[in-house]
Design a protein around this ligand. Sequence first.
Ligand code: ISC
Length: 416
Amino acid sequence: MSEPAAVLPALTVRTLALDEIGPLVPLLDPRDPLLFVRRGQGVAGFGEAVRLEFTGEDRMREASAAWRELVSLSEVSDAVDLPGTGLIALGSFAFSRDSAATSVLIVPSVIVGRRDGKAWITRIVTTGSDAPDAPVPTPTAFGPEYRISLLPGAMKAEAFTAAVDSAIAAIAAGTVRKVVIARDLVGHLPEGADLRRVLSDLAVGYPDCFTYSVNGFIGSSPETLVRVDHGEVSARVLAGSIGRGSDADSDQDAAVALATSTKDLDEHAFALASVLRVLEPHSNTLMASELPFTLKLPNLWHLASDVEGRLSDGSSSLDLIAALHPTAAVAGAPTGEAMDLIEQLEPFDRGRYAGPVGWVGANGDGEWAVALRCAHVSSTGRITAYAGAGIVVGSEPERELAETKMKFRPIVEAFR
Ligand SMILES: C=C(O[C@H]1C=CC=C(C(=O)O)[C@@H]1O)C(=O)O
């Protein structure tokens, strides 16, 4: 961790109700937006009161410990008391313990949020600061339009299908039962470009996904890694995909084909089992439906399972992401072997793609998505987008390539 616990500041945090504030995206900083929303509900952050950085194997466990410490030093008054009010941090964690990407928890100086028809503002200052109250953020007009094509990056289409062939060979040899192989697309953001344009496209086009932006990492994810809300724990596990049909009949046929595909049901079962195995020690009331359902997104159908239970041990959402990551939806099974194979077959660092992204509150509650359908935008404007596909017995390289094209659609179209 870059900031040792000893130097964590004491914070004073005040949440007040606001009248309706309109859409959150136009309020954001155009170059460094901080956002986590779904169906118009969620939080937008402004400025940074505290930034905590983590790397390595224990990045999420260290984040959990540092967060408890920071909370213990803070004085919070919260007149609204909803998920996301009071002291929160937005966070995004690297996929791999070996990643060069820094994992972060950012406590904004100002948070504006909306949930259940109520809006609020939270102001966070170092205790003792006599700075005047930060103003309520107001919308500003978007900067000029831009159109960016994202093109094959370190792993071109042929390299991807070759990697899928190798993954299939590893499955046949019994090294792994499932492995998720990803590829990348790259582009360049013009200087001064307003990132809110991309976020607005994602939020409008994929309202049922979590649209997020944390420290230059943006996307729209359909997958809930974990949510903790007053002792209730839940997750939405996704794995198994098929493209949408071009008309109502073919779309229905696609959904039925997915729901009855042994290959996709197997792929899904690995992902669900990995989540249940990890959550079971934390909840003795954990439930998931017997069969996955088909989740309709604008670009594809997914097999999905919702998991719910009551926490029996007071774990925070950060404790749970540390335990859950990486699930078989983004790594494979068994986890260690799948991670080794990903390292061998993918010629790039995934960075924060497929890692947890979300927020944590003072009581440990929070909402974390799996960072999918995303792109990292570096400080020099280099854009790297990622999408992957789960490989199991029965996978075919060309179909997996086509699946990654569909998964790239939200982010490719948002930049175009
Ligand atoms: C790895 C990705 O998706 C995961 C989540 C849903 C469906 C998946 C699949 O069908 O392969 C993947 O497990 C991605 O979008 O990059």
